[in-house]
Design a protein around this ligand. Structure first.
Ligand code: ADQ
Length: 460
């Protein structure tokens, strides 16, 4: 088996269980199984340039290779083009795109730095798997430096339709960069269809099934929904966590139910709309007042981007307003926590929550939805309420699917989830767990690697 070299903006600390972020979780689960090298930025922002050789640390079967960036790289490549242009644009938020030409220059320059660093460690029969929107031009940069190894790309976030993509300057160049990979993977058929429309209509490429012909080359495109390690998460959920147990016992005595939301605090996750929907539940169905609480855990993320500070203020005001309106001496309707929580505590919390409330306005996949399902017991499972704009909704059809822009629709689904019979909950849970087991973390790694190593076209 050839050595697997993974590249993403950041590498994850594989021993840190409190790491938040879907890419870190998904790639970490996969790499632990197969071993290999993982290259990424070390998080440092230097005032000077460093030589390209990465620093290497061994962690069991995985070597972590890291490089620093400069403050200017961080501002232009990371905060700028990646997170103020591509992130909002790919999530259909044209209103939040903040483009400057130096961002694009920085983006190209840093992709060049990643390529220089990789060239110092690559071996002839490595296979290279590059992740996410920060590194779209990396294959082109590597090819320019003479790299002939096989290269795959996986986009963790949505890929927008051509009319939206056209809002970013140099969009043609971006898609042409994608076509320098051998395999391009997406989370959903919708994303895959969007790319295929673009290359057929705007670049005049020929398509045969999922194979894109561009000049002499053939590029495989495919849909590879990311999965989780279901057994590991489920076992974590069953391990006793004293604090969670005490609180759960108290709720049981009081016959109170709990709705849970867990997200990075990102404007794509639909958090204000979610709080409003919870408030609507209390208005439309007053029988839930004092009997149900919403616990929302939000991890700090990208705080230097203005849109993120705005959403934080909005959420704090909203949770304060709902509590001000409804709280009683012994009942707080919204418990809002702005922090990262260890994964085992999260898993335990999912298991004791009657509703998993996952309502992004747009999301590549959303692993929280799958984690919530994995954490449930078959004896008394909770209900997943899921946005139709999460990639996960393409697979998890037995969840209660909602429109995150419609708070009445969400309130009705919450009420339905809270009052659903045990039999219906068990039926839905069985179907959902079967689906997340079928396409788990292992399947994701294997099916992508199969396409990349054997150049097996992905079924259309
Ligand atoms: P994210 O946008 O980060 O991922 P998601 O898929 O939900 O979103 O993954 C978040 C991960 O971080 C989950 O494993 C979750 O448990 C964890 N997490 C979130 N908040 C946490 C908290 N407060 N404390 C501890 N852990 C927390 C991106 C894309 C997604 C895609 C993934 C994987 O945006 O659409 O599903 O990559 O491809």
């Amino acid at each position: 088996m050839s050595r697997l070299v993974i590249v993403s903006n950041r590498v994850a600390d594989l021993t840190n269980t409190a790491q938040a972020g879907g890419l870190a979780v998904g790639v970490g689960d996969s790499l632990r199984q197969r071993g290999g090298v993982w290259l990424g930025w070390d998080g440092q922002r230097l005032k000077y340039e460093e030589p390209p050789e990465p620093r290497i640390r061994k962690m069991g079967p995985v070597s972590l290779a890291t490089i620093p960036l400069t403050q200017q790289d961080y501002d232009e490549y990371y905060l700028g083009f990646s997170n103020s242009v591509l992130w909002p644009l790919f999530h259909y938020r044209l209103d939040l795109v903040d483009y400057k030409s130096e961002f694009l220059e920085g983006y190209r320059r840093v992709n060049g730095k990643f390529a220089d660093a990789l060239m110092t460690i690559l071996q002839p029969d490595d296979v290279i798997w590059i992740h996410d929107y920060h590194l779209i031009p990396l294959a082109s940069e590597l090819r320019r430096r003479g790299c002939t190894q096989r290269m795959g790309f996986f986009l963790h976030i949505p890929f927008p339709p051509p009319e939206i993509l056209a809002a970013v300057p140099r969009h043609k160049w971006l898609v042409e960069c994608l076509l320098d990979f051998d395999v391009i993977g997406f989370q959903t058929n919708t994303d895959l269809g969007n790319l295929q429309h673009y290359v057929a209509d705007q670049l005049g490429c020929e398509m045969s099934g999922n194979v894109i012909r561009t000049g002499e080359r053939e590029v495989i495109s495919g849909c590879f929904p990311i999965g989780i390690d279901v057994d590991a998460f489920s076992q974590m959920a069953q391990r006793p966590n004293e604090e969670v147990q005490i609180e759960t016992h108290r709720r049981r005595v009081l016959r109170r139910k709990q709705i849970i939301g867990v997200d990075r605090l990102d404007y794509t996750k639909g958090l204000p709309d979610r709080l409003r929907a919870f408030e609507r539940l209390l208005e439309l169905y007053p029988e839930h007042v004092k009997n149900v609480a919403l616990i929302q855990i939000a991890t700090p993320t990208r705080e230097e981007v203005e849109a993120y500070a705005d959403i934080r203020r909005e959420l704090e005001a909203l949770s304060g307003a709902i509590n001000g309106r409804y709280a009683d001496f012994n009942w707080t309707p919204v418990r809002y926590m702005y922090r990262t929580v260890p994964r085992d505590a999260l898993a335990a919390l999912f298991r004791v929550s009657q509703v998993g409330f996952v309502t992004p306005l747009r999301d590549g996949m959303n692993l929280v939805a799958k984690e919530y399902v994995a954490a449930q017991s078959m004896d008394d499972p909770g209900v997943l309420v899921l946005s139709k704009f999460a990639g996960a909704a393409e697979e998890l059809r037995e969840a209660l699917i909602v429109n995150p822009y419609d708070s009445d629709d969400m309130a009705r689904a919450l009420n339905r989830a809270l009052t659903m019979s045990l039999e219906e909950r068990q039926e839905r849970q069985q179907a959902l767990i079967d689906r997340i087991r079928e396409k788990d973390a292992n399947w994701w790694l294997k099916s992508f690697m199969d396409a990349l190593e054997n150049r097996n076209p992905v079924p259309a």
